[in-house]
Design a protein around this ligand. Structure first.
Ligand code: R5P
Length: 286
């Protein structure tokens, strides 16, 4: 087995190569003055199972880089090409929300199904996207790592998900913390006012871990944190697997009352304090 790093995941690829005792090949990346990409893989991949680790946080460039890398790997005779995209770009456009829109992740799934033999990702937004792939689609869960990080920082904790759809994430984290879990419910109080509160639990004087798959603009999370603090929560750690954190999202979360914001290196950011290295190593070693 050989590990190859895309330009976005050089640290992660190194860590996974150590954990799996695999050779890490050198890859060269350049950008031409007009914006086009150049890549070169150094070393022999012939008849080897290759794991290409390339997260897609700079969406379009990382997708083009992936296409180029898979093409050369096929050309050079790799036995199998296994794409590890811890953050899978365009996964949130998983259906037509309006007429005339593409199902973006389906379009990309067709492409990846031609380029490689397997795709591995972490906490995709919706797992039903698996059906768009003609190759094995394997997804890992990094939520327990978020909970392990937060464990010693919380007293009398409760784990919450921002909505009912993400309750399984809260359940996973609660098993690590050995505590109760719930989801946040939005209730409209008046045409201009909404209330966000846990469906069943009281948060007064409790420490809270909120878990979500992604924090993007931070709007959902900031509002939830502010309301939990109003309801008497002592400490709130806002966590997510993919800290996309567009623009002033992080600032919004702290102003909203977050005591700490944590995320993983699927989407390298200021708060990527936790690595998904072991999750990926477990998935590729099986
Ligand atoms: C929603 O289904 C997701 O799990 C996130 O809660 C959402 O995408 C977060 O978006 P934002 O940070 O922009 O509120």
């Amino acid at each position: 087995m050989i590990i190859i790093s895309g330009s976005n995941s050089q640290n992660l690829a190194y860590r996974v190569s150590k954990l799996t005792n695999s050779e890490l090949l050198r890859t060269e990346f350049k950008k031409f003055p007009d914006g086009e990409l150049y890549i070169r893989i150094h070393g022999d991949v012939k008849n080897r199972d290759v794991f290409l680790i390339q997260t897609q946080n700079n969406q379009n460039d990382s997708i083009v880089e992936t296409i180029l890398m898979c093409d050369v790997l096929r050309d050079e005779g790799a036995k199998s090409i296994n794409l590890v995209a811890p953050y899978l770009a365009y996964a949130r456009q998983d259906k037509k929300f309006n007429d005339g829109e593409p199902i973006s992740i389906r379009a990309l799934a067709k492409l990846y199904s031609n380029l490689c033999d397997k795709l591995i990702t972490i906490n995709p937004h919706e797992v039903h996207i698996e059906a768009f792939f003609d190759i094995p689609f394997i997804h890992g869960n990094a939520v327990n790592k978020l909970a392990e990080y937060a464990k010693d920082k919380l007293n009398n904790p409760v784990v919450l998900s921002p909505d009912k759809g993400a309750i399984e994430l809260a359940k996973t984290a609660s098993e690590v913390l050995d505590c109760e879990y719930d989801y946040l419910e939005k209730t409209r109080i008046s045409p201009t006012e909404i209330k966000i509160a846990p469906k069943n639990l009281d948060v007064k004087d409790r420490d809270i871990l909120i878990v979500d798959d992604i924090i993007s603009t931070g709007g959902t999370m900031a509002k939830a944190i502010a309301m939990l603090k109003e309801q008497g929560a002592k400490k709130v750690i806002a966590s997510c697997v993919h800290p996309v954190l567009i623009g002033d999202a992080l600032n919004k979360l702290y102003i909203g009352g977050a005591d700490e914001v944590i995320g993983t290196d699927t989407y390298p950011s200021e708060v990527s304090k936790i690595s998904v290295d072991t999750v990926i190593a477990d998935l590729i070693k099986f």
